[in-house]
Design a protein around this ligand. Structure first.
Ligand SMILES: C[S@@+](CC[C@H](N)C(=O)[O-])C[C@H]1O[C@@H](n2cnc3c(N)ncnc32)[C@H](O)[C@@H]1O
Length: 236
């Protein structure tokens, strides 16, 4: 297995299908988004950088809640979909592995980085760059696959940090990083963040009406996602 995910915009070929899946689906609409939106708090009047914005589902909600949103994604098709969906936000094609040259230091109130850190090879550099653009007093909200769920599915050594390739139920082929919880926490610390909250979300009550079996599973097992709110460490 390759030791890197690389710069291939893997989601590009199934971006439209992702939108179809994530718009109202249990995992995104009734599990990840409620958790991250809660961690972001009141966004009215605040600037939010939506990193790996996908088709703009978060951006749509954030703009509706009064935020000024800038989004970026490595996939050109995702950015097209986001622009169509949220004309009041600004989007660009950008690989988060690269510097955010167009954003000055301390220029953003909140950064959202939902369900995408797994695809980034040099996560510490990317997180440092997010730390640079966040104003003091701002916050980063990040979600990722639950490392325990990854380990249950993949087996092997839980503590190994490695790239795997999976084919998901819709036939989406994806390479991504597995890493234990400790590793994500350490990467945040090395990048200059302090973890304020770490949440193991439960699906919303409406999720039961969409897929009862998955609702019950995610209500009792750590097999879905985690969400973290981290603050720029003022000591660094
Ligand atoms: C699971 S989707 C999440 C989309 C969105 N954050 C959401 O939760 O609805 C992962 C997204 O990360 C993007 N992505 C993956 N690697 C990236 C990178 N290096 N830089 C920017 N975006 C990336 C993909 O193109 C895809 O849109």
């Amino acid at each position: 297995m390759a030791e890197a995910v690389g710069p291939d915009p893997q989601y590009d070929v199934f971006a439209d299908e992702f939108l179809d899946h994530a718009r109202d689906g249990l995992y995104n609409a009734h599990y990840d988004r409620p958790a991250c939106l809660e961690l972001l708090g009141d966004v009215a009047g605040l600037s939010v950088l939506d990193v790996a914005c996908g088709p703009g589902l978060y951006a749509e909600e954030l703009v509706a809640r009064g935020a000024q949103v800038r989004g970026l994604d490595i996939s050109p098709r995702m950015v097209e979909l986001a622009r169509e969906r949220v004309p009041d936000a600004e989007f660009c094609v950008h690989d988060i592995a690269k510097r955010l040259d167009w954003l000055p230091d301390d220029s953003v109130d909140l950064v959202l980085f939902a369900l995408a850190i797994e695809y980034v090879d040099d996560r510490i550099s990317a997180l440092r760059e997010l730390r640079r653009v966040l104003r003091p007093g701002g916050a980063l909200v990040l979600s990722r696959q639950h490392p325990t769920g990854d380990w249950i599915r993949q087996g092997g050594n839980y503590f190994d940090v490695r790239v795997i390739e999976e084919v998901w139920s819709r036939g989406w082929r994806l390479r991504y990083w597995l890493a234990p919880l400790e590793h994500t926490c350490e990467e945040l610390r090395e990048a200059g963040f302090l973890i304020e909250r770490l949440v193991e979300p439960r699906p919303t009550a409406q999720a039961a009406g969409i897929d009862l079996q998955t609702y019950e599973k995610l209500s009792r097992e750590p097999t879905g996602f985690i969400a973290i709110r981290a603050l720029p460490d003022p000591r660094r």
